[in-house]
Design a protein around this ligand. Structure first.
Ligand SMILES: [Zn+2]
Ligand SMILES: [Zn+2]
Length: 311
């Protein structure tokens, strides 16, 4: 007697019952391609709307590196924004000048821009600071991420300003945000933990928004795969020097064993902010005596960096 082969049960989408392509560990739902994409899009819209990150009259500049996060961010915003009245979208790409890494990601950014038809502005460290990042970092590779961060921040502000933007959107995801919370806790840096990087009371800097802050790195990868936008891009060659790497690997293990861990870290930060409201005196805003940008000391971070590099 012949037995029929036993077919493994294919999980079905919890919404529409077609074969599922992904499993959300935290909610316990299986989702098909359509509903996985729609779920991410809806959650990004909720993240934006619950704190009015984007309001009518806004011109949103997306910091488009060409990497996975900013690619997903631009794709999602270019789906959402056309239905919001009086809001427009523009993309800004910074070419830091990292040999063998940036050329590929800048090309990927340009391809995406062509397919989405979004206005695009490019700005390079060479134009802005007179040298590529590689030159700034010679002999200081261990400080790569903080030096690059200071220069990028300035370049993005200049780029957003040139594009006439009112908000600057970055691709920071849930993993990035949870890592930052844990790193600040590990360093005992409470004031940094509760400082809202998105606001600037002086009003001189453009407000920054992070629409993907509740979407995990894994979900972003899934979104790109399901929407034929996955490209295997090189990782930044300087990232091996960062402490963040260790925190990242620790958190991804915890998230796998205890789904929801990263969201809980974000919630903890929010609660601590509420408890601390009014108890931490913000450092008074002063102005850099070289360039006039708002800062906490005599010199802004950029002018301090330039001085330490003898520029
Ligand atoms: Zn479905
Ligand atoms: Zn300065």
């Amino acid at each position: 007697m012949k037995h029929e082969p036993v077919r493994p049960e294919v999980p079905r989408c919890s919404v529409c019952a077609v074969p599922a392509v992904t499993f959300q560990r935290q909610s316990g739902r299986h989702l098909c391609s359509t509903h996985a994409t729609a779920d991410i899009c809806d959650r990004v819209a909720i993240t934006i709307q619950e704190v009015a990150m984007i309001v009518p009259g806004d011109r949103v500049a997306v910091a488009l590196s060409g990497g996975k996060d900013s690619t997903a961010l631009l794709m999602l915003l270019s789906r959402l924004i056309p239905s919001w009245e009086g809001v427009s979208l523009v993309a800004i790409t910074i070419d830091e000048g990292i040999a063998g890494y940036r050329d590929e990601t800048v090309r990927s950014a340009e391809n995406l821009i062509r397919s989405l038809g979004v206005e695009h502005h490019c700005i390079s460290f060479v134009d802005l600071f007179g040298a590529p990042l590689d030159e700034f970092l010679r002999g200081r590779e261990k400080e790569a991420c903080s030096i690059c961060g200071i220069l990028r921040k300035k370049a993005l502000i200049v780029g957003a300003d040139r594009a006439g933007a009112t908000k600057l959107a970055t691709g920071h995801n849930l993993d990035d945000e949870a890592q930052s919370v844990l790193m600040n806790v590990l360093r005992g840096d409470l004031s940094r933990l509760v400082r809202n990087s998105g606001t600037d009371s002086s009003g001189r800097f453009i407000p920054r928004i992070k629409p993907l802050k509740k979407i995990s790195e894994k979900e972003i990868a899934t979104y790109l795969l399901l929407n034929n936008a996955w490209t295997d891009l090189p990782e930044c060659p300087y990232s091996r020097y960062a402490l963040r790497r260790e925190v990242r690997s620790l958190l991804s293990t915890l998230e796998y064993r205890h789904p929801g861990t990263m969201l809980h870290l974000l919630e903890s930060k929010k609660k601590i902010e509420t408890y601390c409201a009014g108890t931490i005196t913000p450092e008074p805003i002063r102005h850099c005596r070289v360039c006039g940008d708002p800062c906490s000391g005599e010199l802004c971070q950029l002018c301090q960096l330039k001085r330490s590099l003898g520029r």
